[in-house]
Design a binder for this molecule. Structure first.
Ligand code: NAI
Length: 674
């Protein structure tokens, strides 16, 4: 009795295998589903059909990949290797069916899903925005292990296949067609007919020509590897993200010899998946799922958004919402304040949407509305005017009476407590904070700010709204800096202290990047804007027991605001910080630098947990990773504490306090952690 698969045969004698995983909105290759798949293949072989089409019964797509949840608790290298070998057997069975086999692909076809499709003779893809094919494995610290390295190199040629696997990027059906990854890209409504057509035609399955297989020659391989390694090294640090380098090594050792390649896949992927980097990256993947799930708690279908304040943030929030398909009205004090925001929005649409019709449709969805006529119809009203309590309250007094009864009222405030903002509202419980990060289009996290007065339904709606615009919602309690700015600020302030004490900016930034941060704190402060840092530092000085550094104030007084003014801690040219080359500067090997930066962030994280800013350690880790880019391969600040040993970290804080001062004083929350 099948749970996940449906087998039928049509009047043309073609067998159809529909993958429709039970109790799930997406198909993932669990062990149970794979075994059922194997039995279904046996059954279909006995039906002697003219051909087989594998298709998905899910709206979300073909197959989203292997079962990542199971990866999180793999019981060891040997059993992971056994599992991979078993999947190799199953896909070999598919590959050696006596009749033509076709994968009919719409939506997500990723990782293990693509590897299954590659074991078919042909692939047809739906030519629409939703269809994405690719190998995201390296992002999880592994490489394709279900035969993907063998079959993709054979189909596309070694270089094209390796680039696809090393980058972890996804491609559309049209690009896949150009690369040869699918045989046909057709409108979705013709997918079934096209797949059946492939069976009928039964031409010889595609293979890469000999020129494309040249790189696998024993003589050429070392050179190709050198080039690939150099490429990857530009993007990632080998000690943090070993997977792409391991993939190159695997290919170098086995290319051209399928049996050796399968064997090496099983051994190496099983080993990688059990290593710390992969386990932490898998953890991050699951944390992301947890944030997404926060958005499923209310049945809220927002269609229209009204944004008030067309400045840096309001303008970009409006543009982002329109990009994601919502109708948006954008209000400011007068029409002239809106033109810059609208221009920026059009730039965003052109950059993100290649199709001119889609660009025009997005432009049409965003309406300048300085009179605020959109308020009455809006499902969500987002206020993003100056950070001024009186101005915000005066605005709410005008807006609240006009709003629909069930609409959500949100503020993008970065520092004013919700209780103060809402104190004059007729219904304070409907006000939430929606704290977007700058730049809105790049930052995945959205802090959903609430306090004891906030209606629970409104918090759920706010989270649902976040998912609607493809952001990751994190519920945070209203308190200074919420979560992300709160933990980031001590890290930035410590960087300025180090600078004051004579450590070169480049040495500070290098230490942070070596730890795994996407950018050093000095460069980050310059990028965010020193005026903004100064303002946030000022508002949080009390809570952080950290006076605002004089150096920061002095730079802002001189008009040195960082990247946007061309000079901050660094000079900036063409959008890039001008840094003295390491050769021109004595290297600083000070083990204290990284600990001073990171442990202040960690200590503040512990304080946030103690105060209940977020509900638990996992949510804290998720927020800090998606809000600051905190080294994903370390699994988040709290996970880092536990991996390093909480007692050791606490002891190191005590030592730093003795040497550098009270701002390292361990938070009382450590008692509950250690
Ligand atoms: P901004 O100064 O760039 O823009 C504010 C806009 O609001 C201006 O265009 C102004 O004309 C308009 N405005 C002021 N009073 C108004 C009123 N009564 N009615 C209609 N429009 C009015 O400010 P920015 O940076 O966009 O900040 C807006 C809010 O977002 C603030 O609460 C700030 O704390 C918050 N925020 C800012 C971030 C940033 O990086 N700039 C990051 C996250 C939050």
């Amino acid at each position: 009795m099948n749970r996940h698969l449906i087998i039928t045969k049509d009047q043309h004698d073609i067998a159809w295998l529909q993958v429709d995983k039970a109790d799930s909105s997406a198909n993932v290759l669990t062990a149970e589903l794979l075994e059922e798949f194997d039995q279904s293949l046996v059954q279909i072989a006995q039906m002697h059909p003219k051909g087989l089409v594998i298709i998905s019964g899910k709206a979300s797509g073909f197959i989203a990949g292997a079962d990542v949840k199971a990866f999180a608790d793999v019981p060891g290298v040997a059993s992971a290797e056994q599992h991979i070998q078993r999947v190799h057997e199953i896909l070999h069975r598919l590959e050696s069916m006596a009749f033509p086999t076709v994968a009919a692909i719409h939506g997500f076809c990723l990782g293990g899903g693509l590897e299954l499709a590659l074991a078919c003779d042909y692939r047809v893809g739906a030519d629409d925005d939703a269809t994405r094919l690719g190998f995201p494995e390296v992002k999880l610290g592994i490489f394709p292990g279900y035969g993907g390295t063998v079959r993709s190199t054979r189909l596309l040629g070694d270089l094209a296949a390796l680039q696809l696997m090393l980058g972890g990027r996804t491609v559309s059906a049209r690009t896949a067609r150009r690369m040869g990854l699918v045989d046909l890209a057709v409108p979705k409504r013709q997918l079934r007919a096209a797949a059946a057509g492939m069976v009928q035609r039964n031409t010889r399955p595609r293979r890469a020509g000999w020129i494309r297989r040249l790189p696998s020659l024993t003589l050429l391989r070392p050179l190709v590897c050198k080039l690939l390694v150099a490429q990857v090294e530009k993007r990632v640090d080998r000690s943090h993200y070993p997977a792409p380098f391991e993939l190159i090594g695997h290919w170098r050792a086995t290319a051209g010899d399928a049996a050796a390649m399968y064997d090496s896949e099983a051994r190496n992927v099983a080993r990688l998946i059990n290593a710390t980097a992969a386990q932490n990256l898998i953890r991050v993947f699951l944390l992301q799922d947890r944030l997404k799930a926060e958005g499923n708690k209310a049945d809220f279908q927002p269609r229209q958004v009204h944004v008030i304040g067309g400045g840096v943030m309001g303008g970009d929030i409006a543009a982002w919402c329109a990009l994601r398909g919502l109708r948006v009205t954008l209000q400011d004090r007068a029409p002239e304040y809106l033109s810059r925001a609208v221009q920026r929005a059009h730039q965003l649409f052109r950059h993100k949407l290649k199709d001119p019709y889609a660009v025009q449709a997005a432009i049409d969805r965003l309406m300048p509305d300085h009179r605020g006529s959109g308020i009455r119809n809006a499902d969500v009203v987002i206020e993003a005017i100056y950070e001024d309590l009186d101005a915000k309250q005066a605005l709410y007094a005008q807006v609240e009476p006009l709003m629909k009864a069930d609409a959500l009222l949100a503020s993008n405030t970065s520092s004013i407590p919700l209780a103060q903002l809402g104190s004059k509202l007729a219904r304070p419980g409907r006000l939430v904070g929606l704290h977007f990060f700058n730049p809105v289009a790049k930052m995945p996290l959205l802090e959903v700010v609430h306090d004891t007065h906030t209606e629970a339904e409104m918090v759920c709606r706010a989270a649902a709204f976040a998912r609607h615009i493809d952001k990751l919602p994190l519920k945070v309690r209203s308190s200074p800096g919420f979560l992300v700015n709160r933990v980031l600020m001590p890290y930035l302030l410590e960087a300025v202290e180090l600078l004051d004490a004579g450590t070169p900016a480049t040495a500070i930034d290098r230490a942070a990047v070596a730890f795994g941060m996407p950018m050093g704190p000095i460069e980050l402060a310059d990028t965010v804007g020193l005026d903004i840092c100064l303002s946030v530092a000022g508002k949080m000085a009390g809570a952080l027991h950290n006076p605002v550094p004089e150096k920061l104030r002095a730079l802002v007084d001189q008009g040195h605001l960082g990247r946007k003014s061309g000079q901050g801690f660094y000079a900036w040219k063409g959008g890039k910080a001008v840094k003295p080359t390491p050769a021109g500067e004595a290297p600083v090997h000070d083990p204290d630098i990284s600990d001073r930066l990171i442990l202040r962030l960690v200590n503040e994280s512990v304080a946030c947990l103690r105060e209940g800013v977020v509900d638990d350690e996992d949510l804290l880790d998720a927020g800090v990773i998606f809000g600051t880019g905190f080294a994903p391969f370390r699994g988040g600040p709290m996970h880092y504490v536990h991996s390093r040993g909480s007692a050791e970290v606490k002891q190191r804080l005590d030592e730093l306090e003795d040497r550098f001062g009270q701002h390292f004083h361990a938070d009382p929350g450590w008692g509950a952690i250690a």
